[in-house]
Design a binder for this molecule. Structure first.
Ligand code: PSV
Ligand code: MN
Ligand code: MN
Length: 385
């Protein structure tokens, strides 16, 4: 059991700053009282999640949603709150200039503008001490013939190379892929294979980010995880849940079994070791539920799936696999999944001096009521802004 608790104790889940701000669908953003008005307040809210779960010590920023004059000061503030700043997420998808693409745009000047933004994000990483730059491109085309698919790949490669060369020795580039949306006919980085090919060409500090919500229904994500890990190219997760498209719902909500299968492959590939370089991030928006509890619940969902993955009897599984015992192997797997790990996690929290029930502890704390009193006019996350 101690190996299980050791891994769970060393687990680190990164929170997205945008989860704490108002967000919604393209149809409507329902504002909530007390949401953060600036990056400092987002960091303060993220620190609450860490305070009650003990496993979420970093918060990812999104530029320009979290633009501020002094990032070193924001980093100091985060430290005072008991957390640190994490991944810098770039944004080349909300400017009118990017209608036909950012780094793959046919217009060289617009490509330059987008690349400059990415370089600015690396400057910010230098100030925040962040290791990772996350790149997600909305680039693509809606109609066959609209632009040259192959040339767009060349333009993408050129921009990525420029940014890669600007990274410091300890910094990494995470390239995220997404099946579709907002481009519908051909997205420039639509799948793990395209992301893998680009990161391979760049070098070892370019790795792939698997956003669990960015696949076609029925995709075997754990298989992708296994292949990328084996190739040394799995850099990060953006965890969330989807029923239909890029829903950004709470991780483990739609399909907790899938999350367990993914985390088992991470474990199998050595990605849960204490020195893991995989960044386990959430990428979620809480549109109708309260945000801080939504993040707490999500962190707990990842912990539960991880605990179940750790409970798989690997020896028994290997023996059954070797013997060709199909049902026996499957039963070993399902036994772990069907174990109630909540008491184990409650004990683990108590051992650390935390409340065994983070949701209840947060509700009791009065923080939710306090921010409603203190904060007037919270901001949107950036979606639809
Ligand atoms: C858009 O699909 C997206 O959800 C990507 O997953 C990014 O990681 C995130 O927004 C923040 O830019
Ligand atoms: Mn994402
Ligand atoms: Mn997404």
């Amino acid at each position: 059991m101690s190996r299980v608790t050791d891994v769970l104790n060393s687990q680190h889940i990164e929170l997205p700053s945008w989860a704490f701000a108002n967000s919604g669908t393209r149809f409507k953003v329902f504002p909530q009282a007390g949401v953060p008005r600036d990056p400092y307040e987002k960091v303060a809210d993220a620190a609450q999640v860490h305070k009650y779960t003990g496993v979420a010590p970093t918060v990812a920023l999104h530029i320009p949603w979290d633009k501020t004059d002094d990032y070193a000061d924001l980093a100091r503030y985060a430290k005072d709150q008991g957390v640190a700043l994490g991944t810098i997420n770039s944004n080349v998808f909300q400017d009118n200039d990017y209608m036909l693409g950012s780094v793959t745009n046919p217009d060289q000047q617009i490509r330059r503008k987008a690349t400059e933004h990415l370089l600015e994000c690396v400057d910010i990483m230098d100030q925040t001490g962040s290791r990772d730059l996350k790149l997600w491109f909305s680039d693509g085309i809606n109609y066959p013939g609209q632009d040259d698919i192959r040339e767009r790949q060349d333009r993408l490669a050129e921009a990525l190379k420029t940014v890669y060369e600007r990274l410091g020795d300890h910094q990494r580039m995470l390239l995220e892929y997404k099946l579709f949306e907002p481009a519908f006919y051909a997205t420039d980085v639509p799948d793990w294979g395209t992301a893998y090919a680009h990161t391979l060409a760049l070098g070892e500090r370019a790795v792939v980010c698997v956003d669990t919500g960015h696949h076609a229904p029925g995709t075997n994500i754990e298989m992708i995880v296994a292949v990328l890990l084996r190739a040394g190219k799995l850099g990060a997760f953006d965890f969330n849940s989807r029923f239909y498209a890029d829903d950004d719902l709470m991780v483990g909500a739609a399909d907790p079994f899938q999350l367990f299968r993914i985390l088992f492959e991470v474990l199998r590939g050595g990605g849960l070791e204490a020195d893991t370089e995989i960044a386990f991030m959430l990428d979620q928006c809480h549109n109708i539920e309260p945000k801080i509890p939504g993040q707490i619940r999500s962190v707990m969902n990842v912990q539960e799936a991880t605990a179940k993955a750790l409970l798989v009897d690997r020896d028994a599984l290997a023996a059954a696999q070797k013997a060709g015992d199909v049902l026996g192997a499957n039963a070993v797997f399902m036994d772990a999944y069907n174990t109630d790990v909540r008491p184990l996690l409650a004990d683990l929290r108590a051992d650390k001096g935390l409340d065994p029930d983070p949701m209840a502890a947060y509700q009791r704390s009065g923080y939710a009521e306090q921010i409603v009193k203190d904060r007037v006019g919270g901001t949107q996350a950036g979606w639809g802004a």
